[in-house]
Write a protein that binds this ligand. Sequence first.
Ligand code: NAG
Ligand code: NAG
Ligand code: NAG
Length: 348
Amino acid sequence: MKIQHSFSLYYSLLLLFLATTAILISPSHGALGKCNPSDYKALMNIKKSLNNPYELTSWKPNTDCCEWYEVKCDRKTNRITELSLVRSSSVGGLSGQIPSSSGSLPYLESIVFRNYKNITGSIPLSITKLKHLSSLDLSYLSLSGPVPNFLNQLTALTYLGLSFNQFTGSIPPNLSELKNLVAMDLSMNRLTGSIPETFGSFPGPTTLHLYLSHNQLSGRIPKSLGALDGSIDLSWNRFVGDASMLFNPYHGSAYYIDLSRNQFEFDLTKVKFPMSLIWLDLSHNKIFGRIPDEIKGLVGLQTFNVSYNNLCGKIPYGGKMQSFHNTAYFHNKRLCGPPLMGCKNLNA
Ligand SMILES: *[C@@H]1O[C@H](CO)[C@@H](O)[C@H](O)[C@H]1NC(C)=O
Ligand SMILES: *[C@@H]1O[C@H](CO)[C@@H](O)[C@H](O)[C@H]1NC(C)=O
Ligand SMILES: *[C@@H]1O[C@H](CO)[C@@H](O)[C@H](O)[C@H]1NC(C)=O
């Protein structure tokens, strides 16, 4: 009798054990609700590889991942489409690497890891499996090493944001193969080398926003860049030579051009500006010649700065030109007229 009793206890314990394991290993069980079992598994692996951080407390085992924070689940397919971790408070924090299990969420359209200075390492190769990934934002982290050239395999990418990291090496020419790309932000890294020739021929939408500021990029910029539209920020680098091809009034509608803090050296006199310009900062270069009179026609211009160059002659009078502070013009070779001093000693 005694033996039989302990046997049945054993038996029930065994059953309990089996049942529990079944819940754990076969997440198709009701506890997961709408959550796709394979997404569930990938998310649990992500949580584990980030050492169960405070940010992911809502990711409780055996609950419906469609209800968790930091992810978005598509209403129709119930697949995870967004993974978004943005540090916004001083509480918690993530450390470690970008989890390679992110590549096991095949319906991801957007990944954001932002503002975690203890996230180090590189971008895992596994994310090239994400054929629906349209936005990759890995900024304000401590990622290092080269910008991976395998990112060219993310064919659905429209936005690539890797700013405020410690990436080194040169920009992979490969990235110009991203045929849906609308914006690329590689600013605030330690990139060297020059802008790849291929960057003038992105096959995708005509508007491209290219942000490369605060790196150690050098050399001449490719002539083909002239075909770019949208905005371009090359400030705080070591570019040299001509940049006048960026101002193509017939070929583009660029509205934001920041070339400041480089060593660009070209004649501004014959440059024709696109009418769409809103922001133009050319300060701290070696630009020479005069400010062309047509610039008065740029009615949308809100920011204008040509200080610290080798410009000369009279500042065009009219349009918005006198509405800018004199520091927008100072420290040039022989630039004069309002808002700077008059030109009386100049045969201009
Ligand atoms: C980041 O790492 C530093 C140094 O290891 C540590 O002191 C700090 O607590 C970490 N911060 C977070 C949010 O993990
Ligand atoms: C382009 O990217 C692929 C990986 O996606 C790589 O194998 C190849 O070497 C790259 N080509 C260049 C020129 O970097
Ligand atoms: C123009 O740029 C110079 C140099 O960076 C700066 O000192 C000045 O304040 C700027 N002026 C305006 C009006 O933006």
